[in-house]
Write a protein that binds this ligand. Sequence first.
Ligand code: GLN
Length: 313
Amino acid sequence: MSEIDYQRILTSIHRRLGSEGATEEDVRSGDVAAYIPELACVNPDQFGMSLQCLDGSVHSVGDADVPFSVQSIAKVPALLLALTIDPDEVWERMDVEPSGNAFNSLFQLEYEQGVPRNPLINAGALVLCDVLISALKRPLEELYAFVHALSGDMSVSWNERVARSERASSHRNAALVNLMKSFGNIHNEPDEVLDLYVRLCAMEMTCTQLACTFGLLANEGRTLHDGKALAPGVMVQRVNAVMQTCGFYDEAGEFAFRVGLPGKSGVGGGIVAIHPRYYSVAVWSPRLNERGNSFLGMRALELLTAEIGHTIF
Ligand code: GLN
């Protein structure tokens, strides 16, 4: 695939889907997430995309360098860090099955006695935060230090306004964490877990930073920016498998069917996908479909793999 002109492909996707001059697609479908009030303030018509190859080449279009709230995409770095600390504990406390339900569903968690279906739904990420709090002296700082190592960018941080906005309206996540506490699957105080969780989800990055951050998942555990081995190959394979089966909640099948790559979405409108041994790609468009995944982000990645003619399948 080395002869592929990625920049040309991204430019043609941008022409089709970017709000200016787009003719072929319904670029106004869906709406921004409003259940976190601060996310509703974003201009919904922004569109950015950045693709990074293992040779270090970067291809970007549109608003690829505008920071946005990565939300659930940040669950993947949290998973990588928790697995680095204690993989046995992580897999004892959660499963690796697709949930087939909304990312914040409660009923399955009660039915399954407080054991999250997977690390990429909210319940799973809350347990990951609990693991980090138990294991680390300064969990928030150490989490962001890990993200700096993944991204090669010390400026990556969280947006405190978004974090507070989510914290003030996190009644459902509070219900999830309390339910798990009642089953003994949360070891720290629920408030402490929620405080870390909202600052994880309020992580801000651009598409360019995100594509680089996820690059090690395409590169057998070595970062794209300095080639450091930050995760063993087997961990990378497993995280990719979990992203493939669980990264889009009750739309994981649709994403596998239409795009054919492991990936992860967030309600800020971002999606990251990787093609092992080839590239890492991030797209951002804030309008979401009814499942909470970026409407145009899904479409953009579908156009990308269709044009390249390769998926992991
Ligand atoms: N912070 C969001 C929440 O807990 C993350 C959800 C998402 O991005 N899918 O609801």
